[in-house]
Design a protein around this ligand. Structure first.
Ligand SMILES: [Zn+2]
Ligand SMILES: [Zn+2]
Length: 834
């Protein structure tokens, strides 16, 4: 519904009594801050509720997208608070990383100054939101008191085999001059700058997230997560069950006598007519025959310049080059040519792909292009040996497969796997698409990795009591492709913690996703200096009960945080394995033109402009009203004006002089009384259930309908002062999470005790919410004379009164005496006259 459908209240207030949001919002913010109203105490005996919103990145101003993430989640936290939970709703700043560094470079100021200036500004803006944040728990990730625990975590991981250094092809973004984790380079594009990502062989630090692949696929510890996120994680982890089988090799250039291949389709193994190696495969150089060398080398060079997105693109023509070598399919003795092709990826499976053109679309296209045979081994139904026009990828009957002929492909899968294992040619394996998490970054603005390289001792961890390894402020931080800290002599030159001889510090910094993977823990004890988290506070508050944020973090932050929780659990630091029990993902707020907000489009909405005029309460309510929260929608200035007018009507309703109404229940019309009570309970139920399930737009709509009803009830003047005041109290209590400042002000004006935010959420009586209107059939001497609408639960007396007041009934009762009135509750009134 539109807010304009609310009937206008009577403008009968003097100017000083009118709703003036900026004034009352300033007043209550100051009062709440002075009273420390929202501090969450560790010794509070009530059940805890940890409400967390993804913390903002210190990118500059808080934009309306931040408000869209934070206002509705604050409403939910406030609702839980009023329900009697001891709510902690902390806030902090994600402040290391590329965007801050890039912005600082652009403005020629130091990233630390840029970041901390932004923190001050964003904290001020966040305060105007009027949220229940407990600012005493603030966490800023670029400060040593935070990042020293990243370093401590790194050392624990190193000690326990969860961090390791390895040379591997890494995703390199040439715009950002750094490597990226796979999660940050999905589809071959840099998540920071959308630039192309190429592969480079580099020595890097990794976190062994793959050790937890199986645990990360187990979502049973989660209470309520959106399916889209768990599906995205499952796909990203990409578990596949298959067979690793070795093909025979007899090539003069290599010592290897076998080539290992992974396949999820062992049932098609008799149909292999060629083999494809990734151009980076370690055997390529040795296998290539002299006459093929020049062509193979040129192809390898070309591949190195291609990005993963190009290599995997479905539209891209599949290319490859024959190496001159062959391998042997041990199951049937077939000798098949070995190609290299860029659609085989070195870091997936074994880097070798068996070519089964009859049963794989990509292999089919490749075989057609290079004139390779197509051998059907899974027969489609009614197939009689003819050539296939395209690959047949469905299940079928085994054919051309010797002893396995005639089996269904499902049975054949298992039979061939058994056979391979029995003959020692291979084994069943489970592989994952998930790669280990590359955490090294060749940039300045991040946590220094606490490692020293010593010529004599090798890789030496910095002793825990020497943490933090401080990020020097005076480094030349412009990205060059090499770690800026490497040029900082005072930083890199150190002595070996083991032997004391001169040594070099690691000059890479840590991926900032490490910071955000455990910040929810630090909020429970932000100043604790004996560990990353105070174990007592951790047990008190963690895990997070309700997390909210954008779904785009599904396979990055949300996956890393789950991994870190599981690893810390195994290290005895965390008592939980899932960091976030419930997750709700909000949609995206668009510009007034229905396009994504961007400075270049000029459609960015600055919340400050509206907060300073219409008030934070109006912005909060409008953001909830503009559409289902999980879907988002376009901003509308007209829409927020409508909400602002609606709040004005709430003000009007709540400030009416209720002594104008009848002062006691007896003199008021009891049907009207009941109806008002019914509306109140019905609305409490709707609003409660809606907030619980994050259905904020329908929650606001329910409050609007309630206000319409209250206006009608006021005009009719048929309710008692007391019932009216109860209804207004309920309105304010229900409004308190959404419009906290205004509700507090009106609560005070109505003589209620401070603070409305410490009141209990109103309860509803199910019986009173039952649908209001029933149809009452009215008979006179058994003949139907009228049908009346009446409130459900109407009493006998009221039903009788209503029936006798009907004109149609009066026509048949006038001048007669009423002998009896029969009442069938909720259905029928029969007037017996003589
Ligand atoms: Zn980039
Ligand atoms: Zn040493």
């Amino acid at each position: 519904m539109s807010p304009d459908s609310v009937s206008p209240g009577k403008p009968r207030l003097t100017a000083s009594e009118r709703y003036s949001p900026p004034e009352i919002e300033r007043k209550w913010l100051a009062r709440w801050t002075a009273d420390n109203l929202y501090a969450a105490r560790d010794d509070d005996p009530r059940p805890k509720w940890y409400a967390l919103t993804m913390f903002p990145y210190t990118s500059g101003d808080l934009h309306i997208g931040h408000w869209y993430a934070m206002a509705p989640s604050d409403v939910h936290a406030r609702f839980k608070r009023m329900q009697g939970f001891n709510v902690v709703h902390p806030m902090g700043f994600d402040s290391f990383g590329l965007p801050a560094e890039n912005a600082a470079i652009k403005r020629n100021i130091h990233p630390f100054k840029w970041t901390m200036d932004n923190v001050v500004n964003m904290r001020r803006q966040l305060r105007t939101l009027g949220a229940v944040y407990d600012w005493s728990r603030e966490v800023i990730t670029c400060l040593p008191e935070y990042y020293r625990w990243n370093q401590w975590l790194f050392l624990q991981f190193l000690k326990n085999g969860l961090a390791y250094r390895a040379k591997a092809p890494a995703n390199w973004c040439d715009n950002c001059k750094t490597v990226l984790a796979n999660e940050q380079a999905s589809n071959g594009v840099c998540e920071r700058c959308d630039g192309p990502v190429v592969q480079r062989d580099l020595e890097q630090w990794f976190f062994r997230i793959t050790k937890y692949a199986e645990q990360l696929l187990d979502f049973s510890g989660l209470v309520d997560w959106p399916e889209q996120v768990t599906v995205a994680q499952r796909n990203w982890i990409g578990r596949s069950v298959g067979v690793e089988i070795s093909f025979g090799l007899d090539a003069p250039g290599v010592a290897d006598r076998e080539l290992r291949v992974f396949t999820t389709r062992p049932d098609t193994i008799m149909g292999v007519t060629f083999m494809v190696l990734a151009p980076e495969h370690r055997l390529v150089a040795g296998l290539t025959t002299a006459d093929r060398r020049a062509e193979v080398q040129a192809y390898v060079e070309r591949t190195r310049r291609a990005t993963e997105i190009e290599r995997l693109s479905a539209e891209r023509e599949k290319t490859g080059v024959f190496t001159g070598a062959y391998c042997v399919n041990k199951l049937n003795g077939d000798r098949v040519p070995i190609f290299i092709a860029d659609y085989a990826l070195a870091w997936y499976g074994t880097g070798a792909v068996m070519g089964v053109p009859a049963h794989d679309e990509r292999d089919f296209a490749f075989a057609k292009k290079y004139g390779l045979p197509v051998k059907v081994v899974i027969a489609p139904s009614e197939w009689s040996g003819e050539e296939l026009a395209q690959a047949y990828i469905e299940p079928g009957r085994m054919a051309n497969s010797g002893q396995f002929d005639g089996l269904t492909s499902e049975k054949g899968w298992q039979a061939i796997a058994d056979h391979i294992e029995a003959k020692g040619m291979g084994r069943r394996v489970v592989t994952y698409r998930l790669r280990d998490w590359l955490v090294s970054r060749q940039r300045y603005w991040g946590t220094p990795i606490p490692i020293v390289y010593c010529k004599a001792c090798g890789i030496v961890p910095v002793p825990e009591d020497k943490l933090p390894v401080l990020l020097p402020e005076d480094a030349a931080f412009k990205p060059t492709g090499e770690s800026p800290l490497g040029y900082h002599q005072a930083f890199v030159n150190t002595s070996c913690p083991k032997c004391g001889k001169p040594a070099r510090r690691e000059s890479d910094t840590m991926d900032t996703f490490v910071d955000s993977a455990w910040y929810h823990m630090r909020y429970t004890s932000p100043h604790y200096d004996k560990g990353m988290v105070d174990p007592v506070a951790s047990k008190k508050w963690l895990p997070v009960d309700q997390y909210t944020g954008g779904a785009e973090h599904g396979t990055k932050h949300l996956l890393y945080a789950r991994f870190i929780a599981k690893a810390l659990h195994d290290l005895g630091v965390a008592h939980f394995k899932e960091p976030y029990l419930r997750l709700f993902c909000q949609g995206i707020i668009l510009g007034e033109d229905h396009e994504k907000m961007s400075k270049s489009r000029g459609n960015v909405v600055n919340p400050d402009d509206f907060v300073s005029t219409l008030g934070a309460d109006a912005v909060r309510c409008y953001l909830m009203f503009l559409g289902p929260w999980e879907q988002g929608g376009p901003w509308s200035t007209q829409g927020i004006m409508g909400i602002s007018r609606w709040l004005g009507r709430v003000w009007d309703i709540s400030t009416r002089d209720s002594s104008e109404l009848a002062t006691n229940g007896a003199s008021a019309d009891s049907v009207a009384e009941r109806e008002l009570v019914h509306w109140t309970h019905k609305t409490i139920k709707r609003v409660s259930l809606d907030i619980e399930k994050f259905r904020f737009n329908t929650m606001i709509a329910a409050l609007m309908e309630y206000c319409n009803y209250l206006n009608k009830a006021w005009e009719a003047k048929a309710v008692s002062t007391e019932t009216w005041r109860k209804a207004v109290d309920a309105l304010l209590l229900m409004l308190a999470p959404s419009a906290p400042h205004m509700a507090e002000e009106l609560w005070e004006r109505n003589g209620r005790a401070y603070s409305i935010h410490n009141q209990r959420w109103p309860a509803w009586d199910e019986a009173l919410t039952a649908e209001d209107v029933i149809t009452l059939v009215v008979q006179v001497n058994g003949k139907v004379r009228d049908k009346l609408s009446a409130p459900a639960g109407i009493t006998r007396e009221e039903a009788q009164k209503l029936a006798l007041a009907s004109d149609k009934v009066k026509q048949h009762t006038e001048g007669k005496s009423i002998a009896n009135v029969v009442y069938v509750p909720g259905k029928l009134v029969n007037v017996v006259v003589k």
